[in-house]
Design a protein around this ligand. Structure first.
Ligand SMILES: NC(=O)c1ccc[n+]([C@@H]2O[C@H](COP(=O)([O-])OP(=O)(O)OC[C@H]3O[C@@H](n4cnc5c(N)ncnc54)[C@H](OP(=O)(O)O)[C@@H]3O)[C@@H](O)[C@H]2O)c1
Length: 299
């Protein structure tokens, strides 16, 4: 099988590439936007790094040609001066869908987020919901996988949990009372490859979350205790954090905004976990945390 990955230099992309190279014989077109991003990709005969642009779907199609499955990972939570939800989450998905239609691609996998909705009042969830609609209406055989916070080497979620768990005292948004369903990145990798391998004729939506709901507060304390560190957790009031974020993001032209704070403090809840449908045995949270701590130790 040959797959093409967009946003191959993202944390999900790099973990997926590492898994593909070490455990499969799959060949990959690894699409990134710059020479600098290209340097971060693993060097392997299985990986064919290519510079892609989302401005011209015909050119994009020519670059991704030959792939049995396109895995569209490019996307952002945090906007900055150079990239917006519209360009990164909506327009890039539209370009990939047009390219996939032109190529008559056998399968498209799109990574979305738990909470996505085209009518959402939250701009990030709305952009992911609009992107899902583009995939849904494309007529392509596709899998949309909504994910929660992802834990694996170098994911933003793992870095902030370990960062907080290393302190003796830390202050977190609202005292970290919101509930997460952390998903092991290896489980997502397997789900993506199972989707690429599967037979389908239309778009399907899956919500894939980790095995255990846990409050963010407990997640930090659990990680701390695995490092033999007792973390004292204080609270930053959410309204205050949003006020500061609103001012600083206007000055900086991006970064943490009230929208981002709403996303990270939302309870991650799903009606039906797709682990069974996607044929995934979920990694217990304890094992996932052991893996990210081991990776941190060896870095
Ligand atoms: N990490 C999580 O916990 C999590 C949770 C739910 C969903 N997801 C989704 O999973 C996917 C991968 O997430 P990640 O955390 O691994 O991403 P990441 O490490 O933050 O990387 C973001 C990727 O998006 C690309 N990108 C940024 N702006 C773009 C634009 N305007 N047009 C096209 N590409 C652009 C970046 O390319 P450059 O390097 O060239 O800027 C990079 O490849 C995303 O779609 C994300 O929404 C992630």
């Amino acid at each position: 099988m040959k797959i093409a990955i967009t946003g191959a230099n993202s944390s999900v992309g790099l973990n997926l590439l590492k898994h593909i190279v070490s455990a499969t014989d799959i060949n990959v077109i690894a699409g990134v936007r710059s020479e600098r991003a290209m340097k971060s990709l693993p060097s392997s005969p299985q990986v064919d790094p290519r510079i892609i642009s989302y401005q011209d779907p015909a050119k994009l199609a020519a670059t991704l040609e030959g792939a049995d499955c396109i895995v569209h990972l490019a996307g952002i939570l945090i906007e900055d001066k150079n990239t917006s939800y519209q360009s990164a989450n909506v327009d890039a998905t539209e370009a990939v869908v047009k390219a996939a239609q032109q190529l008559n691609t056998k399968h498209l996998v799109f990574i979305s987020v738990v909470g996505a909705g085209a009518d959402s009042a939250n701009a990030y969830f709305r952009s992911k919901g609009l992107a899902e609609e583009i995939v849904n209406k494309s007529g392509l055989p596709a899998s949309i996988i909504r994910t929660p916070i992802l834990l694996g080497p170098n994911t933003a979620g793992a870095s902030s949990i370990i960062g907080a768990a290393t302190q003796s005292r830390t202050k977190i948004l609202g005292g970290g009372k919101y509930f997460m369903r952390p998903l092991d990145i290896d489980d997502l990798n397997q789900a993506i490859l199972n989707c690429c391998d599967g037979e389908s004729t239309k778009a399907a939506l899956y919500e894939l979350v980790g095995p255990e709901p846990i409050s963010y507060r407990d997640l930090i304390q659990k990680t701390g205790s695995m490092m033999n560190n007792n973390v004292e957790i204080g609270s930053v009031p959410i309204f205050l954090a949003k006020l500061v974020a609103s001012i600083s993001s206007r000055i900086k032209g991006g970064g943490i905004t009230p929208t981002v704070i709403d996303v990270i403090t939302m309870d991650e809840v799903v009606a039906d976990n797709a682990d069974g449908t996607l044929n995934i045995t979920l990694t217990p949270l304890q094992n996932t945390l052991e893996k990210i701590l081991e990776h941190k130790k060896n870095k």
